[in-house]
Ligand binder design. Structure first.
Ligand code: ATP
Ligand code: MG
Ligand code: MG
Ligand code: MG
Length: 471
């Protein structure tokens, strides 16, 4: 069986053999992009290279970039514990061409890596192209020999990538793995695709146009390649499980989480298994965000971290933890990932300290807040938790709205978000009135405020959930 660490090394070696420069993972806090909450793809550290502003002494690169998708445009927070393939923190393997090779080589590399290097059976792989990208279609069907039976043409929503409203953009081609008909789900492009049977493993982006402010597409003088493959997803394939949480890294973290809360992972019921997955996922995001200098706080990135930590702490409490437990997972995580990420190992003591402090802080209000929530649920006639309760939990007990929503969702309930909004505005109004008699501290609260409720987000296969938008 190929370990996740061995797989990462194999990917890097393969592309080094093909003249790619290995570039170490950048920080989760994007160095040069204030518009982005977290590094959420392998291309982020190369953005300026693609745009031409940053010149490097190589035109091919390979990396395993640490990513977080827990806020902003890509938010998978609410998927964690519910789908088999989403994490808040994950590694994105990628090969990049900066005006060097293009579509044909990118497709050949990806196919060779999967079918020759890793030896995956061709009939288990499913390929999609952008519906107007005939060039890619011909390469896949005629040169690679992919069958029409495992091939689909997809619209722009999933298979056309763009950096922003203007600038570099282009069609994508994605490779999926079929975990077998014993798992529910349909092929890409069908209504059943959200199941766990066909899992998207690799996205190849062909940057070939430069979109102008008036919408016209100009050919880029030197088209480029950006690819991204989820390390945990391909590790699941290689380790014979359809579930990312079944891979070596997560099995070890789940066992450590069970240990820390005092239960037997092998005997965990489905709800407990789900909580263990959340805790195992969230310790990675927590530890790496702290490594990269984010501290739990009430605004911006720090608030996203706090939400992740408090969500994990609540699940630990649900599993039966009576005291602090979350910080105990830092050691096992460093054992697993410290070699690949020395900065994580170097920050071990600091991470443990910050996590334990946050656990102690939240312990003061968690139990009380949960009691208030139970009382409110007991007193309700419908299925909607009153906005007043959601606000009180948020404001007085330090419950991020998505934490309350997480509890609600477990019980088949929803939140009165309009009521919450109203309470929130009323509080702002009070602050504004108060500020007339002193310093205008309200001026600091802008629309980017992390507490701003923006609306509902549709997450795949999981119904309507509340989401706090950060950027
Ligand atoms: P999905 O449709 O499954 O949500 P995506 O289309 O949002 O994935 P991309 O933006 O194309 O993902 O990212 C490239 C690759 O990164 C994906 O093919 C997948 O292997 C991996 N990936 C994306 N999001 C996650 C996540 N939340 N957890 C783990 N791996 C992920
Ligand atoms: Mg996604
Ligand atoms: Mg997708
Ligand atoms: Mg994709």
């Amino acid at each position: 069986m190929m370990s996740t660490n061995a797989l990462r090394a194999r990917f890097v070696e393969y592309f080094e053999r093909h003249k790619h420069r290995f570039v170490a993972s950048s920080s989760l806090v994007p160095a040069s992009d204030p518009t982005l909450l977290f590094t959420n793809a392998g291309m982020v550290p190369f953005k300026d290279v693609f745009l031409g502003g940053d010149k490097r002494d190589y035109s091919r690169a390979v990396s395993s970039q640490r990513c977080v998708r827990a806020g902003g445009k890509h938010n998978d927070l609410e998927n964690v514990g519910y789908t088999a393939r989403h994490h808040t923190f994950f590694e994105m393997l990628g090969n990049f061409s900066f005006g060097d090779y293009f579509k044909r080589d990118a497709i050949h590399f990806a196919w060779e890596f999967l079918t020759v290097e890793l030896g995956l059976p061709k009939d288990k792989l499913w390929v999609t192209v952008y519906e107007e990208d005939e060039e890619a279609e011909r390469i896949w069907l005629d040169e690679i020999g992919v069958s029409e039976n495992t091939f689909s043409r997809i619209g722009a929503k999933d298979n056309f990538w763009q950096m922003g409203d203007t600038g570099p953009c282009g069609p994508c081609s994605e490779i999926f793995y079929d975990h077998g008909d014993h798992i529910a789900g349909g092929p890409p492009g069908t209504p059943e695709e959200d199941g766990d049977r066909f899992v998207e493993i690799w996205n190849l982006v062909f940057m070939q146009y430069d979109r102008q402010p008036d919408g016209t597409m100009v050919d880029l003088p030197r088209p480029s390649i950006d690819t991204g493959m989820g390390l945990e997803r391909i590790a699941a394939v290689m380790q014979g499980t359809h579930d990312n949480y079944g891979i070596d890294v997560f099995q070890t973290l789940i066992a450590a989480a069970a240990d820390a809360v005092g239960i037997d992972a092998a005997k965990a019921e489905p709800a407990q298994q789900s909580s263990l997955k959340v805790v195992a996922d969230h310790i990675r995001a927590t530890a790496f965000l702290i490594t990269d200098g984010v501290m739990p706080s009430n605004e911006g990135r720090g608030y996203v971290l706090r939400r992740i930590m408090r969500r994990a702490i609540r699940h630990g409490h649900k599993l039966g933890a009576t005291g602090t437990f979350f910080y105990k997972l830092v050691g096992p995580l460093v054992e697993l990932m410290g070699e690949a990420f020395p900065e994580l190992a170097d920050s071990k003591a600091q991470i443990e300290r910050v996590v334990e402090q946050e656990e102690q802080r939240f312990a003061l209000t968690l139990a009380q807040g949960l009691r208030i929530l139970e009382d409110a649920i007991g007193a309700m006639s419908g299925t909607e938790i009153p906005g007043e309760t959601v606000f009180k939990l948020y404001d007085t007990y330090g419950f991020p709205v998505d934490l309350t929503n997480d509890v609600a969702r477990e019980r088949g309930l929803t939140l009165d978000t309009r009521g919450f909004d109203a309470e929130m505005s009323a509080q702002r109004e009070r602050a504004r009135a108060a500020s007339q008699f002193g310093a205008d501290y309200h001026a600091k609260i802008d629309v980017q405020s992390p507490t701003e409720f923006i609306g509902y987000t549709q997450t795949r296969g999981s119904g309507r959930v509340v989401s706090l938008v950060q950027d």
